[in-house]
Every structure is written in C-alpha cells, then in structure tokens.
Design a protein around this ligand. Structure first.
Ligand code: NAD
Length: 264
C-alpha cells in the first residue's frame, strides 16, 4: 500500500463483479489512497456493485448506461454535485452481441456493428467530453483494450475493429486534452476470465494458448492490470499519454508458437 493516490478522486466505470478488470483497478487505486465513485450499467448489478464499493470505503455508486447520453449527463452532474471536480476516470466497458463473437467477421450485422462501436468506442469519448469539464487540475484516464485490435484473433471479430478504433481515439483524445494536463491512455490487457470474456467463442482455448506462448508462460491477473493502471493514473505516469500499454505477460511480442508449448 502506498500514498500515491492520496487526495485524488476517481470514477470507475464497468464494475460488474469481483472478476471484473475494473475491480482489480479499483482495489489498486483504493489501496493507494484514492477516493472512488462507481457507475454500474443497470439495476440488476447494484446488488453486486454496492457491497464491493463499500468494501473499499465508498458509498458513491450511481447507475449509467453509456449508450444513453442523458444517463451520462446525470452521472457527471452527480459527480459535480458531490465532488465539484474529478482527478481520474477508468473506462472498463465493452459490448457486442455474443452471437457475433464467433464465426466470421465478414458476417457482422450492421445493427451489431453500430452498437458495438457505440458502446465500446464512442462511450469513452462521450465520457471524456464530460470528464474534461471536471478535471480542472488536470487528470488521467485509462480505457481497456485487447491485442485483437492489432492482429486477427479467433472469434474477436467486430470487437477487434472496435478496439482498433478505441486505440485511435485514445491518441486523438490525448492530443485534444493534453494542453489542459489531462492524460489519456489504454491498457491492452492479456486474457482474463471475466463475464465479458466468457461471451467470446473458444475463450478457454485462447487463455491456454496465451499461457503456453507468452514470454512469461502464464496469463495475467486483474490485480496486475490494476497495478499498471495505478502507474498510468498516478503521478508515476506523469509524462505518459496517448499510449497503449500492453499488460499481457509479453504475449504481443511473440511471432510463433513457443517451442516448449504443449498441444492444447
Ligand atoms: P466485465 O464483464 O466484468 O466488464 C464489462 C463491463 O461493461 C460490465 O461492467 C458491463 O456492465 C459494462 N457495460 C457493457 N455495456 C454497458 C453499457 N451500455 N453501459 C454501461 N456499462 C456497460 O468484463 P471485463 O473483461 O472486466 O471487461 C472490461 C474491459 O476490459 C472491456 O472493455 C473489455 O473489452 C476489456 N478487456 C478484457 C479482457 C479480458 O480478457 N477479460 C482483455 C482485454 C481487454
């Protein structure tokens, strides 16, 4: 535990349960002294999110469906009313119809393409439009992406296209907001078994493949993503913006199956 985030107030978006990547990040920030607010997607999640928030000393939980502009406005109005300002934001949200996270990318439907881009890409920009106004002393934002943005991964399909657009939006946001001392970065996380990940076809196989072939010969934990997020969100990362930081046990540097990898 450190004092790195002492006096800093941050919003965590995308907590669904204690397997969520958002949970690993929230724990790391709280452990370093941050004060946290949590947004959750809908009423069904409140019973999970509220006790998790309480366990980190937060009673600030607020609903927000990022597909709804009014819902985003209400969330940020509440942050302004309670805190008056914001120091950091974590966007750990993505969505596609899981029927299109298998089979061929070429078969993506227009409705799911638009929805995936709206929820998984545009929502981060919509969040930063609002966060900018509250980050009067500068700030730091982190979103979550995946290697399927850079290379074709089985079944990732429309989410790969969405993550590529998300990573590009991180660079444009970093430029627009940098003059105001607001840093914008992404973490490209290795595979972690979460609710969202279980919607991806053959996810267990992809996990095993990463375990056998990453330089560290293992997958990563939410706690490890949390520690890297803490670096980007805190003063440790003060000169880092527009970056996509791979927290993936090194998987992204590998070009071929490891010679010692067992068959799956
Ligand atoms: P998760 O299911 O725990 O979290 C996904 C969150 O997105 C949930 O809290 C869900 O409520 C939220 N969400 C979906 N649609 C929403 C909407 N319309 N409004 C508000 N919230 C909405 O899964 P996770 O794996 O922790 O996912 C977090 C992020 O990490 C996602 O962007 C995901 O793509 C990314 N990621 C995950 C992995 C992995 O292997 N799990 C790897 C790399 C990147």
């Amino acid at each position: 535990s450190t004092n790195l985030m002492h006096g800093k107030r941050g919003l965590i978006m995308g907590l669904a349960n204690d397997k969520s990547i958002a949970w690993g990040i929230a724990k790391a920030c709280a452990d370093a002294g941050a004060e946290l607010a949590f947004s959750y997607q809908g009423d069904a999640l409140l019973k999970r999110v509220k006790p998790l928030a309480e366990s980190l000393g937060s009673d600030f939980v607020h609903p927000c469906d990022v597909g709804d502009e009014a819902s985003l406005d209400a969330l940020f109005a509440e942050i302004e009313a309670r805190w008056g300002k914001l120091d950091f934001v974590v966007h750990a949200i993505g969505f596609s119809d899981k029927s299109e996270l298998r089979g061929r990318y070429v078969d993506t439907s227009p409705a799911n393409f638009r929805m995936s881009m709206d929820i998984s890409v545009y929502s981060f920009t919509a969040v930063m439009q609002r966060a900018e106004k509250l980050m009067s002393d500068g700030g730091s934002a982190v979103t979550l992406t995946y290697y399927g943005a850079e290379k074709v991964m089985p079944h990732y399909n429309v989410m790969g296209v969405a993550k590529a657009a998300l990573e590009a939006s991180v660079r444009y946001l970093a430029e627009d907001l940098g003059k105001d001392g607001i840093r914008v970065n992404a973490i490209s996380a290795g595979t972690i078994k979460t609710l969202a990940a279980s919607g991806i076809g053959d996810f267990r196989y992809i996990m095993k493949w990463n375990e056998y072939n990453s330089p560290l010969r293992r997958t990563v934990t939410q706690e490890e993503v949390g520690k890297s997020a803490l670096y980007l969100l805190s003063d440790l990362g003060s000169a880092v913006t527009g970056e996509v930081l791979h927290v993936d046990a090194g998987y992204h540097v590998v070009g071929m199956k490891a010679p010692d990898a067992p068959d799956i």
